[in-house]
Design a protein around this ligand. Structure first.
Ligand SMILES: [Zn+2]
Length: 104
């Protein structure tokens, strides 16, 4: 399994192996450097590539089923991630949104 610095874990529906979605520390360094190059305006306002990386990989990616959207493959059996591999956090987040919609 990938040794990630930023991201989250999901379980393969086919073989049950734990998988990691995200970036290793080397990949994160590259992501942060690229982000800061591409977002000079935001950097000037005090934002950092590290903050952007953390926000996407540690906070919003899981809620957005990023590993399913990206059709990630299991490192062990090579099965593509399906809806069955949604994480508990993503399901929980959906139920919260549903409840908010019902009560408003
Ligand atoms: Zn698998």
């Amino acid at each position: 399994m990938k040794n990630i610095e930023y991201g989250y874990r999901w379980n393969c529906a086919a073989c049950g192996a734990e998988n990691a979605y995200g970036l290793t520390s080397d990949e994160a360094e590259e992501y942060i450097r690229d982000w800061e190059e591409d977002n000079a305006d935001s950097v000037a306002e005090g934002e950092t590539g590290e903050g952007a990386c953390d926000w996407w990989y540690n906070v919003t990616a899981e809620e957005n089923d990023a590993h399913i959207e990206d059709k990630e493959r299991c490192w062990k059996c090579n099965a593509v991630a399906t809806k069955e591999t949604r994480t508990d956090k993503a399901k929980w987040f959906d139920s919260v949104v549903d409840n908010l919609e019902k009560s408003s």
